[in-house]
Write a protein that binds this ligand. Structure first.
Ligand code: SF4
Length: 1014
């Protein structure tokens, strides 16, 4: 349908456009909805005209027309980008003045901030002002009222702010357009489009009232020789949402004219537009059966693989150029990474028009993470994050070595600490590794050299210069150019967009704060991270290159020979309406009403975009089950199609990776491979994989028969060692893990992780309790029913010892960890120590701590007055270890062993009975031995206790583990069995059913091939 103020019954708009373009392209202005359409249309016209008069072709988008017409006159402004907009919007949120958003303080999450910005932008596009929002409140319930009032006040402040800085957004431009006089507009129009006497607006499905106002004024300039083409038909299930704007056109004096242009595939389009979602009795047309295919895939990955295989086949079997093939997704973010991987693997050239956020770009995160190192005072995790695989890694920087050294001397943060401790490591030659420490010291100094310019305070202009110098000092442009071809474009686009965003945001901050004001790095990083999170960048599309991978919206009004519409499942197409919570109710309701119809309409428009073959594809699962879109069901009620599934693509292997994935496919036919491939190499790899999956011998980690005599001899000597209990527990958990850690001694990159912090925390508590109970012993004070002065004395002694220990310790404890020990907010009652005394004093005092941190076996460094040097020796196995505490009852000649735990406890008895837990059983035997040696007396075992020092309500407690003598004896048999297995070379993986627990903290997943095995 066509709308125009010129009256006519019918008009062939295609002919009108073609004849004008052929005669004199300068006479016609065509306004299209997207920049892609603008580019493609221009390209098409230039080609059709054999490159003649290219400069006179007037094809614009709505936005570009308005901007150009405004700019042609005296109108001057700065267009506000989304990144700067977010920074400004954030400044306009004053929690004191807000009620609904007050709950978000101290900082509104980025996602919410972006939503508020989108809502304001949308309101502006529709000419809605803060005062209109307030008027619309009506009888809204209080929650709704608070929300809308808050949005209105944020909107007001935001608008004031941007106008005071002479910035405008697109919505503001449409409002300003209203204010230029007719004469000025006519003059500007002539200046830009001197010869234009005809305007055609085509490809839109929605106009705001502000846009209709622009159309009215343009129509007047060209004496109403303006035609709006609307894809409008009677089927209300697809076209109902257009009625609002057609009514508006009619109210503005436009006539309805029938368009007699004949579209390609008219029959196909007619079936859809007349019957889609309406005609239940329609007999599906057979006409397109060979031209329409539905591909059902088991997962999204498989879906993209199947699409890629189909495309590869099309490219191999036809003369079609890749750029004549298009794959569209409604929610492209569900597919873009999969497409990148799979299309690259299959060497299919592609143009992915996803617009990623700058905050996800590697090069941009490298820069921000690098500066974060300074902001976070050289915290080791920031250093790792900043330099691991980063573009900003100083030459020859050895990150692995730096973190290893940090771990050895326990450096967490602070440049001074890095320098001092690494120097100490170098000078004292810790573990004979002075060379490593020296290198680490050099590296940390080099890092500081790059960050020194950003220390202190500096003006915004100075920051800009420093940042650019940083980029060039690391030769980022050169580094980008040396990358693989597929990512050069992406990274250069991201770096360019980053620099533009930085300039935009910083220029805006200069306008706000002035040129001379100085700020620290924190200020700059805060502004930049807010801006970057909301800024997307475009990867420049290569003309006529590769399969186009894009969204439905982007191909409006375009045509491709082969079109794949992917992601045809519910929530992708159609998407679920996510009620935009920040819209006022009536506005949100209106959007909801139109949502489904608009989705159908976009699908219908997409269905118009193919010439030879159309594919609809969907997956049956993602991380959960997916439901096939009802659009597919409706489509199948109109057309008979060809159906394909995963099975139809199994025989098509399109990359080497694909080949290995199909290694167990019995139907694999080498003769059908589309490229040369070594069958021998393949067979070799296949045989190894097969063996790993089926054998119980060496491929399953059981080396017994495969070992040489020499290695057997070596293994047998292992039995003479003193074993630590944790090592045996490690074997019991996963023999292969023991093999890697203890025999191959493969070390996973060590780092001072939070676990190290926790270890330090646990060690400190152990130390405090050791010193405390030793002192109590010497003072002859027994906890258990203590009251009055005695209790106070015991109580304050614990805190005194703790404070002194903490002050003298080099441990890098956080402020909160220190408070947990001594009292949160200075309140001793809220502390671990208070709870310790509480628990200990609850007893009757019959058992008193007698042996503390008592080691047994060869633990030179750990020995104290309570230790013995002899290991436990049972069944010919020697064991060493340390018992946290042995309490004795001198009257009954009994003892209790206590093991402190700062982590989770539970299930130890079951594990002991399954041969996976040995600590308490061994400690009982060790306690017997220690007491015997120290007191020359036989004490009998009373209880084994786990003392959970976890500072969580209900978890801080002593838990008895009811080990019987039989359990203890059985544990030693288990231990002997494990050691014998080690000697026999049995190093299988943890059994599949145990891996959930066994593998939890294991770092060897990458080498143990557990993922490969069933
Ligand atoms: S990941 Fe699991 S199976 Fe693999 S070595 Fe570690 S513990 Fe064993």
């Amino acid at each position: 349908m066509i709308y125009s103020k010129l009256n006519a019954d019918e008009l062939n708009l295609d002919n009108l456009i073609t004849s004008n373009l052929n005669q004199d392209p300068g006479k016609i202005l065509i306004i299209v909805p997207t920049r892609r359409k603008q580019r493609n249309y221009k390209k098409q016209v230039i080609t059709d005209r054999n490159n003649k008069d290219a400069s006179r072709i007037n094809i614009e988008t709505f936005e570009s027309t308005v901007i150009r017409l405004l700019k042609a006159g005296s109108y001057s402004y700065n267009l506000l980008g989304s990144s700067a907009a977010l920074v400004l919007l954030k400044q306009c949120i004053n929690y004191k003045e807000l009620s609904y958003f007050n709950a978000y303080k101290p900082e509104i999450p980025f996602g919410t901030l972006e939503k508020i910005l989108n809502v304001i932008t949308e309101y502006k596009r529709h000419g809605i002002k803060p005062e209109n929002l307030r008027q619309n409140l009506g009888s809204a319930p209080p929650g709704e009222r608070n929300k809308v009032e808050d949005i209105a006040s944020i909107f007001e402040k935001y608008q004031e702010k941007i106008l005071s800085l002479n910035y405008k957004e697109t919505g503001d431009l449409y409002t300003d357009f209203k204010n230029i006089t007719d004469d000025e507009l006519a003059a500007n129009f002539i200046q830009l489009f001197e010869n234009v006497s005809l305007i055609v607006i085509s490809g839109f499905d929605e106009f705001t009232t502000l846009e209709i106002d622009v159309i009215n004024r343009l129509s007047a300039i060209v004496s109403n020789n303006l035609f709006i083409s609307l894809d409008l038909h009677d089927n209300q299930k697809i076209f109902a949402h257009l009625s609002a704007c057609t009514q508006c056109f009619e109210a503005n004096g436009y006539y309805k004219i029938t368009d007699t242009s004949v579209p390609q595939k008219k029959d196909f389009i007619d079936i859809i537009k007349n019957n889609f979602f309406t005609n239940r009795d329609f007999i599906p047309s057979r006409r397109y059966k060979d031209q329409i295919t539905i591909i059902e895939s088991s997962s999204r990955i498989r879906e993209v693989e199947n699409i890629a295989k189909e495309i590869k086949t099309i490219l191999a079997e036809t003369n079609i150029e890749p750029h004549n093939i298009c794959v569209v997704f409604n929610v492209i973010s569900n597919y873009s990474n999969i497409v990148k991987d799979i299309f690259s693997q299959g060497n299919i050239p592609f143009n992915l028009t996803d617009r990623p956020y700058l905050s996800t770009s590697n090069i941009v995160t490298s820069i921000i993470n690098f500066l974060d190192v300074l902001k976070n005072n050289y915290y080791y995790k920031n250093i790792q994050k900043a330099l691991y695989g980063s573009f900003l890694r100083p030459k020859d920087f050895n990150l692995y070595n730096l973190i290893e050294c940090a771990s050895a001397v326990n450096i967490i943060s602070g440049y001074a600490s890095w320098e001092a401790k690494l120097k100490e490591g170098f000078e004292t030659d810790i573990d004979g590794k002075s060379g490593y420490f020296n290198k680490a010291l050099k590296d940390i100094k080099e890092l500081k050299k790059h960050l020194t310019p950003f220390e202190g305070e500096y003006t915004i202009d100075e920051f800009k210069i420093k940042l650019i110098e940083l980029i060039y000092s690391f030769k980022l442009p050169e580094k980008i150019l040396s990358l693989e071809k597929v990512v050069v474009e992406e990274n250069s686009a991201a770096l360019t967009a980053f620099i533009d965003t930085v300039n935009e945001v910083l220029d805006l901050l200069i306008l706000e704060s002035g040129k001379d004001k100085k700020f620290k790095i924190d200020f700059y990083l805060k502004a930049l991270t807010t801006a970057l999170s909301g800024t997307r960048y475009n990867i420049k599309e290569k003309s006529n290159y590769g399969v186009l991978i894009t969204t439905l919206n982007e191909i409006r009004d375009l045509k491709f020979d082969y079109l794949f519409i992917g992601g045809m499942c519910d929530n992708d197409l159609p998407t679920k309406y996510s009620n935009e919570v920040f819209y006022y109710r009536e506005y949100a309701d209106g959007k909801f009403k139109n949502h489904q119809i608009q989705e159908r309409f976009h699908f219908y428009q997409t269905l118009r975009a193919w010439n030879y073959h159309l594919y609809l594809t969907y997956a049956l699962s993602d991380s959960s089950i997916l439901t096939v879109s009802n659009f597919v069901t409706e489509f199948l009620s109109l057309f008979e199609v060809t159906h394909l599934t995963d099975a139809d693509f199994r025989q098509i292997l399109f990359s080497e990776t694909d080949l290995y994935k199909n290694i167990n496919n019995p139907a694999l036919d080498f003769s059908r491979l589309p490229y040369t491939f070594s069958k021998e190499v393949f067979n070799e790899k296949a045989a190894i994989i097969e063996k790993r999956q089926t054998e119980t011998g060496e491929y399953a980690g059981v080396l017994t028969d495969a070992l040489s005599a020499e290695l057997k001899e070596k293994l047998s000597k292992i039995k003479d060692r003193e074993f630590s209990i944790t090592t045996i527990e490690q074997y019991a958990r996963c023999p292969f893990l023991y093999f890697i850690d203890n025999l191959l001694k493969i070390k996973v990159k060590a780092e001072p992780t939070d676990e190290t912090d926790n270890m330090e925390f646990g060690n400190i508590i152990h130390k405090i309790l050791y010193l405390y109970f030793s002192r109590l012993n010497k003072l002859n004070i027994k906890l258990g029913g203590l009251t009055g002065e005695n209790f106070s004395k015991a109580y304050s002694l614990l805190f005194e010892i703790a404070e002194q220990t903490l002050d003298e310790s080099n441990a890098n404890l956080s402020f909160f960890q220190r408070e947990k020990i001594l009292g949160i907010n200075g309140d001793k009652k809220n502390s671990i120590l208070h709870k310790v005394i509480e628990v200990e004093n609850e007893g009757d005092g019959s058992f008193a701590p007698a042996y503390l941190e008592a080691s047994f076996g060869w633990l030179k460094e750990e020995m104290n007055e309570y230790s013995i040097s002899e290991p436990i020796n049972t069944n010919g196995i020697k064991l060493r270890g340390k018992v946290d505490r042995i309490d004795i009852n001198e009257t009954n000649k009994q003892f209790t062993v206590i093991d402190y735990k700062s982590g989770k406890i539970g299930g130890e008895l079951d594990k002991a009975r399954e041969g996976e837990y040995f600590q308490l059983p061994v400690y009982v035997k060790a306690a017997e031995k220690i007491i015997k040696e120290k007191l020359n007396a036989d004490y009998s075992y009373a209880e084994a206790i786990l003392f959970s020092l976890k500072y969580v309500e209900g978890k801080f407690k002593k838990e008895k583990v009811k080990l019987t003598e039989e359990d203890i004896l059985q544990s030693f048999e288990f231990i002997a069995g494990h050691i014998n297995n080690i000697v026999e070379g049995k190093f299988n993986l943890a059994p599949a059913e145990k891996r959930k627990d066994a593998c939890k903290y294991c770092m060897h997943e990458g080498v143990c091939r557990k993922l490969e095995l069933k």
